[in-house]
Design a protein around this ligand. Structure first.
Ligand code: FAD
Ligand code: NAI
Length: 475
């Protein structure tokens, strides 16, 4: 096996493994180093996303949604369920199987594309524009060389000072995905993406969930109208979201954790929980890379400093994904990984940051792309808005899920679509049409004139586009 590579990728999450595959497709001798271990100590490539992020969270969201439907939703369809039970062991086991299928899938893809995989920690030894020496510390230690290095070492959950994660009572995303018994009372600090997704999972399974959020507004980055609707719907489901809180002391007992906090009115409060999830954002991971040793520059927040092309301060060293600026999303990491491999090959890899979709997989889902109404106002952009509620959509009625709406924002003069925001059933799938439209710089009229299948949820997208011109047909 050759130990000299054209491209070595450090980190096998969505940014790294995809970069390695694309590099191999482009004819490079490529390797990927990843240190994640499965429970038997074997390789588990796929990073946070596959092991303790996107994939396991979506598996549990799906299972818990089925449970909630069986408990409360089926009756309306005339389906009577008697003796319903929850086998949490099995549910968690299924989640683990789904994760393993994805780990194995990536190992298969490496073989298929002739990417050499190293299981262990990669760190810089030395190097310059002519090549880099990388130490791989795994079962056996070895040193490999590469002309180009792509760093894709991801991120870690941020802990609250004085409340380190023990994954028994104070849980990061890792512990939140593996609670072995449904807690009676679950506390969640941070009403962001993880807080709402994991809070929803455990609420559906029977926990009383209290979410404590520092900011006075719910989902501040989301279009206000959509965020308000989402807050109303999630609160109605029983998720208790407390905004504008200030977290004080967090103390763990034998089987419980107490959180002292000040509420939005300034009154002192105390919450006692069986488990506490802390989901207050993530920090870039550069541990063990020896970045300092080789002069790889970090920015003031600890991210690897990169330019618009993901070039770092070192020649032929690139960085992608959560370890660099920009949204911490798997698909953003993948796009950057592909673009970097293509740039190394002399092509014009490109990532359009204006059309990266966001999805929060609550029920209903929340998804958006482009500018929010508040951003357009702040930027002084003249715009037109059109909304269409799922209540008026035939397919949504048939599904029994009529919550939410689609909202279009288009330039007042040119009608170019500037943003699309959805809260509602299958928003994660519906948003793709908006992403495609925005990539092609379509107008709202383009969407309004396209034939959409009936009955389908996508008709709500067409109707919202029609509503921009005040000519929705079904509302
Ligand atoms: P990572 O996935 O973190 O991968 C980095 C890899 O590098 C890891 O395997 C790590 O072990 C390895 N590594 C680090 N240092 C070294 C080293 N020195 N040597 C060798 N290996 C090393 N995003 C979405 O788009 N959609 C979602 O639905 C979604 N859900 C999420 C749910 C949760 C609970 C969490 C926590 C995150 C979620 N995310 C989601 C975010 C997503 O997981 C990240 O944006 C994505 O994983 C980033 O990819 P990455 O390749 O940059 O890093
Ligand atoms: P987040 O940034 O989405 O939310 C963190 C929340 O915690 C914010 O609302 C913030 O105001 C609040 N907060 C921060 N400090 C606090 C404090 N001291 N007290 C109370 N509240 C505080 O971060 P989260 O949920 O940890 O997720 C990390 C990232 O992972 C996300 O930003 C996203 O990039 C990614 N992710 C993506 C998912 C998806 O695409 N569906 C799912 C889950 C995570």
């Amino acid at each position: 096996m050759s130990k000299n590579f054209d491209v070595v990728v450090i980190g096998g999450g969505p940014g790294g493994y995809v970069a390695a595959i694309r590099a191999a497709q482009l004819g490079f001798n490529a390797a990927c180093i990843d240190e994640w271990k499965n429970e038997k100590g074997g390789p588990a490539p796929g990073g946070t996303c596959t092991n303790v992020g996107c994939i396991p969270s979506k598996a549990l969201l799906q299972s818990s949604e089925h449970y909630e439907h069986a408990s409360h939703g089926f009756a309306e369809h005339g389906i009577e369920v008697k003796g319903l039970g929850l086998n949490l062991d099995k549910m968690l086991g299924r989640k683990n199987t789904v994760v393993k299928q994805n780990n194995d899938g990536i190992l298969y893809l490496f073989k298929k594309n002739k990417v050499t995989f190293f299981h262990g920690r990669g760190s810089f030894v030395k190097g310059d524009a002519n090549g880099y020496e990388i130490k791989v510390a795994g079962a056996a230690e070895e040193t490999i060389t590469a002309k180009h290095v792509i760093v894709a070492t991801g991120s870690n959950a941020r802990a609250l000072p004085g409340a380190e994660f023990d994954e028994k009572l104070i849980l990061s995303n890792t512990g939140a995905l593996a609670i072995s018994e449904v807690p009676k009372k679950l506390g969640v600090i941070g009403a962001g993406v993880i807080g709402l997704e994991m809070g929803s999972v455990w609420r559906r399974l029977g926990a009383e969930v209290t979410v404590l959020e520092a900011l006075p507004t719910f989902l501040g980055a989301v279009d206000e109208q959509i965020a308000k609707e989402a807050q109303k719907l999630l609160t109605k489901q029983g998720l208790a979201v407390n905004l504008g809180v200030k977290i004080g002391a967090i103390k763990t007992g034998k089987n419980s954790v107490t959180v002292e906090y000040t509420d939005a009115k300034g009154d002192a409060q105390k919450g006692e929980f069986d488990k506490l999830i802390v989901s207050i954002g993530r920090t870039p991971n550069t541990i063990g890379l020896n970045a300092e040793g080789v002069g790889l520059k970090l920015d003031e927040r600890g991210f690897i400093a990169v330019d618009g092309d993901c070039k770092t301060s070192l020649p032929n060293v690139w960085a992608v994904g959560d370890v660099v600026r920009g949204p911490m999303l798997a698909h953003k990491a993948e796009e950057e990984g592909v673009a970097v491999a293509e740039r190394i090959a002399g092509q014009h890899g490109h990532v359009n940051f204006n059309t990266i979709p966001w999805v929060i997989y609550t029920s209903p889902e929340i998804a958006w792309v482009g500018k929010t109404e508040q951003q357009l106002k702040a930027d002084g952009v003249q715009y037109k808005a059109g909304t269409f509620p799922f209540l008026a959509n035939g397919r949504a009625r048939a599904l029994g899920d009529t919550s939410g709406m689609v909202k279009f924002l288009a330039d007042a003069k040119t009608d170019e679509i500037l943003g699309v925001h959805i809260v509602g059933p299958m928003a994660s799938e519906l948003i793709s049409e908006a992403v495609v439209a925005m990539e092609f710089r379509a107008s709202s009229e383009d969407i309004a004139r396209i034939c959409h299948a009936h009955p389908s949820l996508s008709e709500a997208t067409k109707e919202a586009a029609l509503a921009v011109d005040k000519r929705a047909l079904n509302f």
